[in-house]
Design a protein around this ligand. Structure first.
Ligand code: NAD
Length: 483
């Protein structure tokens, strides 16, 4: 067993070394399953950030990754994947305790992180430009170049897999990367640094810093030493970061929130829908950007779906993540208050609570699995992201009405269609305003399928080959052959 948390402190991974926080400051991390203190993270501030920026720039200028043979860079990334699997058991235990998620979900995160390094490691030597015909007097070709220093700010709902989702293509392209971990659950992500260290990633090519968003995060994204910003998180923070990026004219990738809808037609397989509903809104206690936050159901099957959804919610096993229950706590006391408060506006806005509706009276931060029925599409719960185990059911009569409702928020991250009619599934999928559409299975797809939003869900795409092109810029080289 590693001694990583032997003194209960997760340090910053900087230039290949483990460093304490500025002035010895620390961030206390809780176990949301009990509310008790779990561990501490060394809190980086201005001084540590300056060192990380310097190390990242020096590594980039030396060409540590960018000038490495692409195939060797790919093999380095495959070593990282192997090392991630070696720390996965210990890492998942820490992730479960600090985030509240189930142990199996925490394992899934480490496995997914390993797969990102395999996927992008495999394409590191396939980032090919093209030649452009200009006639016999010229040779013209494009090359893809890394940006330089990529600043990546990560949210708390999937800290390890989301960090890997951006770090892996960033490395494959040859950038240096600085990751700002989420303050609520930074421990498992710091452990990812162990995998990087053991895989012998060049010092400075990747740093992982623990810090507070308004302090370290804001300083990082405002720095003129950063060449690219990758942000995954809430809309207000994304907007603040875009303001900072405007000052330095720094290209940015925004993966923001959602209020995604499933459209369920009268011929849908309802057993399959219930499986999708369980993962879609109760996995990770609904703290998923692409959660099934709304379910629009054809009126002819609406009552049946409401009853089955309520029975599903009421029947979920509840417990501490370490016991692998079906329902786990939300990440913090503050998050629980936010989720409960927004949920409680539902009745004022005319909805009916078919299951749950309030916190569970038990140790830890548990919101009851909640099904809200007869939700007006304009109600607060149908428009704002709740980011908890709460979904909103609304009946519809026609396909056109369902599409209008599904598209009727300021978000557009994912959407779903449940029908056995192939032609209808294609037709509706094309009309839905979302970056990704699931047909008959919520979360269908994986690390190789492009993911990202429209509207206030953000811009740019992560996952798949598509994501690679967020981490490079095109240079055209035109050569005159005259004379
Ligand atoms: P958040 O915006 O509060 O925080 C995200 C990160 O930003 C944290 O690391 C935080 O410390 C940092 N931060 C906060 N203020 C900052 C600032 N001024 N400058 C720079 N960094 C700052 O979001 P959250 O509560 O951690 O995550 C939940 C949100 O993330 C939800 O809205 C969810 O939908 C969204 N999300 C989106 C995706 C996606 O891929 N589209 C994935 C996961 C989560």
């Amino acid at each position: 067993m590693s001694t990583f948390l032997d003194d209960g402190l997760a340090r910053n991974f900087l230039a290949g070394a483990w460093v304490d926080g500025d002035g010895g400051r620390t961030i206390a991390v809780e176990d949301p399953g009990t509310g008790a203190h779990f561990a501490d993270a060394a809190q980086a501030g201005e001084a540590t950030l300056a060192k990380a920026l310097e190390a990242a720039r020096a590594s980039f200028d030396r060409g540590d990754l960018a000038d490495m043979k692409p195939g060797d860079r790919g093999r380095l990334m495959l070593r990282i994947a192997r090392e991630i699997r070696l720390i996965a058991a210990e890492g998942a235990d820490a992730l479960c305790r600090e985030s509240g998620k189930s142990l199996s979900a925490a394992h899934d995160e480490f496995e997914e992180a390993a797969q990102y390094f395999e996927y992008y490691g495999g394409v590191a030597d396939k980032i090919e430009g093209k030649s452009i015909p200009l006639g016999p007097d010229y040779a013209d070709f494009t090359v893809f170049e890394p940006y330089g220093v990529s600043a990546q700010v990560v949210p708390w709902n999937f800290p390890v897999s989301i960090a890997a989702r951006s770090l892996a293509p960033s490395m494959a392209a040859g950038n240096s990367t600085i990751i700002k971990s989420p303050e609520l659950d930074p421990i498992a992500l710091a452990m990812l640094g162990q995998a990087l260290e053991r895989a012998e990633v060049p010092a400075g090519a990747v740093s992982i810093l623990n810090g507070i968003g308004a302090d370290l995060g804001a300083r990082l994204v405002a720095s003129s030493d950063v060449d690219q910003i990758v942000f995954t998180g809430s809309v207000p923070t994304g907007q603040a970061i875009l303001h900072a990026a405007a000052e330095t004219v720094t290209p940015s990738l925004m993966e923001l929130g959602g209020k995604s809808a499933a459209v369920v037609f009268e011929d849908a397989d309802l057993d399959g829908l219930m499986r999708s509903l369980q993962s879609g809104i109760f996995y990770n206690a609904g703290q998923v950007c692409s959660a099934m936050a709304r379910v629009l159901v054809h009126r002819s099957i609406y009552q049946e779906v409401v009853e089955r959804a309520a029975a599903l919610a009421n029947g979920l096993s509840v417990g501490h993540g370490l016991d692998n229950p079906e329902h786990t706590p939300v990440v913090s006391a503050l998050q629980l208050s936010r989720v409960e408060a927004l949920t409680q506006t539902a009745q004022q806005d005319g909805a009916r609570v078919a299951a749950g509706g309030a916190r569970l009276e038990r140790e830890g931060y548990f919101m009851a699995p909640t099904i809200l029925a007869d939700v007006d599409p304009g109600a607060r719960v149908a428009q704002q992201e709740i980011f908890g185990p709460v979904t909103c059911l609304t009946p519809f009569d026609t396909e056109a009405e369902a599409i209008a409702m599904a598209n009727g928020t300021e978000f557009g991250l994912v959407a779903g269609v449940f029908t056995r009619d192939l032609a209808r599934s294609h037709r509706v999928a094309r009309k839905l305003r979302a970056g990704q559409v699931f047909v008959n299975e919520w979360f269908a797809g994986g690390i190789s399928t492009p993911f990202g939003g429209v509207g206030k869900s953000g811009f740019g795409r992560e996952k798949g080959l598509e994501a690679l092109y967020n981490y490079v810029r095109t240079k055209n080289i035109a050569i005159s052959l005259k004379g």
